[in-house]
Design a protein around this ligand. Structure first.
Ligand code: C2O
Ligand code: CU
Length: 547
């Protein structure tokens, strides 16, 4: 195993990823930031200098479990204090498993400003993967807003509530296109800027490409497709998938997939790569476009066709079908325990609390304390968070998921779930109607520090006695992010065997900001000595610089 060392400078720069000039957070001048390349078993060291001048930062290594290093998970308020302007902070962790992962800001809604990138971990030498390919490429999909993070946060935390709206464009590997004719001065929009020329994926005819497609959208659920080409899904969130063929890939924020694509079409032309919004009735965001360029055609040559339209936004069935089709590869099945020790039901609702619009789990909207949980728990600092346990249960029998909620009991809290170490925990995510009549959204839930088994997806209200009988206990996929579909439920199972404090939240940036998340504590007494570099804020002030 080797050490992979990176030195990063994080700062704001003016960039035009979709031709419209905006303040973008870059790493060493780039957004997306540099790709971390490593091999299974390697140690990654990132020495990060916060050059944002007037803003804190923290970076989360999405999909990396941080076994033995829970303090380097990078989740501000949960595992560390924020990194102050001018400070240098060193993350050090092991990448113990091959696969496709991500990194991104985990401080406020900072990810929206472009602070993200990919982590690609290859299999250890001598080990193989259950598929083959000639070339390996990474593509991150994201959605892009022209408003700054500050404007978004202000709107979301105002009365009356000012929703961020739909994104102005979709980016493929950091490149998109906004219609500059919609922009009036004093804004700068330059349709001929090379920064917003479409992303080009050059392929050699006859070769097979592994595309690592991931999504770090702020809001949007996406469909991704390559004109005229099928894709074979082979990996999801670092786990090998029993291969299946699709024409379009549905992908939610926080998910990663590897698909194999063979360059087997007419090589005399180029093809469109497109991504479009699903799940929301979005009529304003144009599809994201990139070019699938057959060598030796000119990479900038537009395909001779109209970019193919994506699937209908409100057709939920193919999306549920794809979710259900993802199973563990037959040679890599890690069967789940057949029973669990604890079942936590999580009803997802939108609420209004003291006039503020919120998202809640079991009518509790989550907020972060000023001292990170990991430090408070490990160092026994009291008065940091509400010690009342977060609720495990909601009386679904007397709740109509199809009506607009009445929020008489909703509260805000920073209480957490304390899990018995090394036990089996089931999470049932139950979706419901939002505060808009006849509307339910898709929420991709992401768990830090673990992978979970995806036991099943269903429609309607979860039935405690009959639905568990439909669980896949034979070959479920393990993932770290899974959607709960509109008016549906999703059942997950995991083992609480990673000592630490871990966030579990909707990966939609604004939803987490509005309270759609929880924190799990497990085995905190087994956590090693915390590095003092993570301390200094709130009640951990005196611990900073401790030897
Ligand atoms: Cu990728 Cu807590 O997030
Ligand atoms: Cu959500």
């Amino acid at each position: 195993a080797r050490i992979r060392r990176y030195k990063w400078e994080v700062k704001y720069e003016y960039k035009s990823p979709d031709c419209f000039q905006k303040m973008v957070i870059t790493i060493n001048g780039q957004s997306p930031g540099p790709t971390i390349l490593a091999e299974e078993g390697d140690t990654v060291i990132v020495e990060l200098t916060n050059g944002l001048l007037t803003e804190n930062v923290a970076i989360h290594w999405h999909g990396i479990r941080q076994i033995g290093t829970p303090w380097f998970d990078g989740t501000e308020g949960v595992t560390q204090c924020p990194i102050l302007p001018g400070e240098t902070f060193t993350y050090e962790y092991k990448v113990d498993r091959p696969g496709t992962y991500l990194y991104h800001a985990h401080y406020g809604m900072q990810r929206e400003a472009g602070l993200y990138g990919s982590i690609r971990v290859s299999v250890a030498r001598g080990k193989t993967e259950p598929f083959s390919y000639d070339y390996d490429r990474s593509i991150i999909l994201s959605d892009w807003y022209h408003n700054t993070t500050y404007e978004q946060v202000l709107g979301l935390s105002s009365i009356p509530f000012d929703w961020i709206g739909e994104p102005q464009s979709l980016l493929i590997q950091g490149k998109g296109r906004y219609n500059c004719s919609l922009v009036s001065s004093p804004y700068v929009c330059n349709a001929t800027s090379p920064q917003c020329s479409p992303y080009v994926l050059t392929v050699v005819p006859g070769k097979t490409y592994r595309l690592r497609v991931s999504s770090l959208t702020s809001l949007s659920a996406l469909s991704f497709q390559i004109e005229g080409h099928n894709m074979t899904v082979v990996e999801a969130d670092g786990h090998f998938v029993e291969p299946f063929v699709i024409k379009n890939l549905f992908i939610y924020s926080g998910e990663t997939y590897s698909v194999l694509v063979k360059a087997d079409q007419d090589p005399s032309r180029n093809y469109w790569v497109t991504t479009s919004v699903v799940s929301r009735n979005n009529t304003v965001t144009p599809p994201g476009l990139a070019i699938f360029n057959y060598y030796p055609n000119h990479p900038k040559k537009s395909p001779p066709t109209v970019p193919p339209a994506g699937p209908l936004w409100d057709d939920v069935e193919p999306r549920i079908n794809q979710s259900r089709a993802i199973k563990a590869h037959h040679d890599y099945v890690f069967p789940p325990p057949l029973t669990s020790d604890r079942v936590i039901l999580m009803l997802n609702t939108q609420n209004e609390i003291n006039g503020y619009r919120k998202w809640s789990v079991n009518n509790v909207s989550f907020n972060l304390p000023h001292t990170p949980y990991l430090i408070a728990l490990k160092e026994n600092i009291s008065g940091v968070f509400d010690p009342t346990p977060a609720p495990d249960y909601f009386d679904l029998e007397n709740y109509d998921i199809y009506t607009k909620p009445n929020n008489s009991n909703a509260t805000s809290s920073n209480s957490i779930y304390r899990l018995k170490f090394n036990t089996i925990v089931d999470i049932i995510l139950q979706n419901a109607n939002t505060m808009v009549v006849k509307n339910s959204e898709t929420h991709p839930w992401h768990l830090h520090g673990h992978d979970f088994w995806v036991l099943g997806y269903g429609e309607g209200t979860f039935n405690m006695s009959s639905d568990p009988r439909t669980y896949n206990l034979i070959n479920p996929i393990m993932k770290n992010t899974a959607p709960v579909h509109p008016y549906g439920w999703t059942a997950l199972r995991f083992r609480s065997n990673n000592p630490g404090a871990w966030a579990f939240h909707c990966h939609i940036e604004s939803h987490f900001y509005m309270g759609m998340g929880v924190v799990f504590e497990e085995g905190v007494e087994r956590v090693g000595k915390l590095p003092s570099s993570i301390m200094g804020c709130g009640k951990s002030k005196g611990l900073r610089g401790r030897p």
